[in-house]
Design a protein around this ligand. Structure first.
Ligand SMILES: Nc1nc2c(ncn2[C@@H]2O[C@H](COP(=O)(O)OP(=O)(O)O)[C@@H](O)[C@H]2O)c(=O)[nH]1
Ligand SMILES: [Mg+2]
Length: 385
């Protein structure tokens, strides 16, 4: 008896369900408005956690709202030597193919020596939009006179003995200092707010058919990354103490919603060496031009650690953005597949790898490497892909 009653109830429920589904289908087809209002995509798009993670359709090419009528005040920036020509051309060609052929953002190339005609000819040949080549002013690049050369030499020799990568190189130190505090002051960059930093010999593994600059602008971001890892302690032994001196002097610059939980495991007492890998950056130059970062960079520069030690632009930018911006102003791009030897970030969020037609292997993404700081980042900004 009870089995028969259950069956009848079940059959009744099923019938009602089928009628509702049928009605919904008919209405969706016959009434466009109804279909739009009730589509699953629209409903899930209204849930806050799902719309913050993936990039909304409005930023995708060929959406005319993005491509034809709206562009960000942005440039793609590469620092390179004439000897980097082959690798520079390869990086440019890849980013043009994967992204910029649809957007035609202008490129700027900078060098402390004049670019050769060969460099300019080879690079211009693979670029779809405008391109400019700039010379870096002497004072923005070379070691300042007030650096104690004996102390700097001793620091380099110690690092060579300790086999620290680029430990003996002065030009590498010039480059790190320039990227930390000077590039955004270059005359060719004054007209731009946003930049995308690209290096020679990097790879983009997925189609990037959305406009990352507009996404950042609309969502009040200032800095973004694809890979995060630990710095070599030997290159920055006194950096964190210098940072603490600065924040003690200027507590007003530290955001109340900062990323200290990513930079430190003990509330700021010591630095855990986590940084955003700055060979890829999409960020706001206005943030670096702000009073907080300007005073911060000058304070670090006066301490001399770019030459007495080997402070990298990656920890300097990461600490600057991590302390002076809100944590929600720093964005992790899961959907940009990126490789700089020897590490690759490959998308892991739902559908990102497929949507970007990515060529990388998601299993081998650096995100899962023991040397990645993704766990520290996700402590303060849970993954939402
Ligand atoms: N113009 C110029 N660019 C440099 C110099 N050293 C490094 N770069 C550029 O600075 C960036 C980082 O240098 P790279 O050798 O890739 O350092 P790594 O990524 O830390 O191994 C790249 O864009 C290089 O082309 C230099 O002496 N002069
Ligand atoms: Mg490099």
């Amino acid at each position: 008896m009870s089995t028969l009653r259950m069956n009848t109830t079940t059959r009744y429920v099923l019938l009602v369900f089928i009628v509702i589904i049928g009605l919904h289908s008919i209405l969706s087809f016959t009434h466009e408005e109804y279909g739009r209002a009730t589509s699953l995509k629209r409903i899930t798009g209204q849930i806050p956690w799902s719309s913050t993670s993936s990039i909304p359709e409005q930023y995708y090419h060929p959406n005319p709202a993005v491509n034809a009528t709206r562009r960000a005040n942005a440039t793609i920036l590469m620092l390179a030597r004439n000897s980097d020509t082959d690798n520079a051309v390869r990086s440019v060609r890849e980013l043009e193919d994967k992204f910029n052929k649809n957007f035609q953002y202008p490129w700027v190339f900078l060098n402390e020596e004049p670019f050769s005609e060969e460099f300019k000819r080879r690079v211009s040949n693979v670029i779809s939009g405008p391109v400019e080549f700039g010379l870096i002013p002497h004072d923005h690049w070379f070691q300042p006179d007030w650096i104690d050369e004996a102390k700097a030499t001793a620091g380099r020799e110690k690092m060579v003995q300790d086999r620290i990568i680029y430990g003996g190189s002065v030009s590498y130190r010039n480059m790190c200092r320039f990227n930390s505090g000077f590039f955004y002051r270059h005359s060719l960059l004054q007209k731009y707010k946003w930049y995308w930093r690209v290096e020679p010999d990097v790879h983009f593994h997925c189609d990037i058919e959305f406009d990352p600059f507009l996404y950042m602008e609309d969502n009040d971001k200032v800095y973004s990354f694809t890979i995060t890892m630990y710095e070599y302690y030997a290159t920055i032994p006194t950096l964190w103490d210098t940072v603490k001196k600065f924040t003690d002097m200027y507590p007003q610059f530290v955001s109340s919603d900062n990323s200290m939980g990513y930079l430190s495991d003990n509330g700021g007492e010591t630095y855990n060496l986590c940084h955003f890998w700055s060979n890829f950056e999409i960020a706001s130059m206005d943030f670096w031009r702000s009073e907080a970062y300007t005073k911060f960079f000058n304070f670090l520069d006066e301490a001399g650690g770019f030459y007495y030690e080997r402070w990298g632009d990656a920890p300097v930018h990461s600490i600057g953005a991590g302390l002076f911006a809100r944590k929600d102003q720093i964005h992790f791009w899961d959907n940009i597949g990126y490789e700089h030897n020897p590490y690759t970030h490959c998308p892991r969020g739902s559908g990102n790898w497929e949507k970007g037609k990515c060529a990388c292997d998601p299993k081998r993404s650096f995100d899962f490497d023991g040397y990645s700081c993704m766990r520290q980042w996700e402590r303060i900004s849970p993954f939402q892909g």
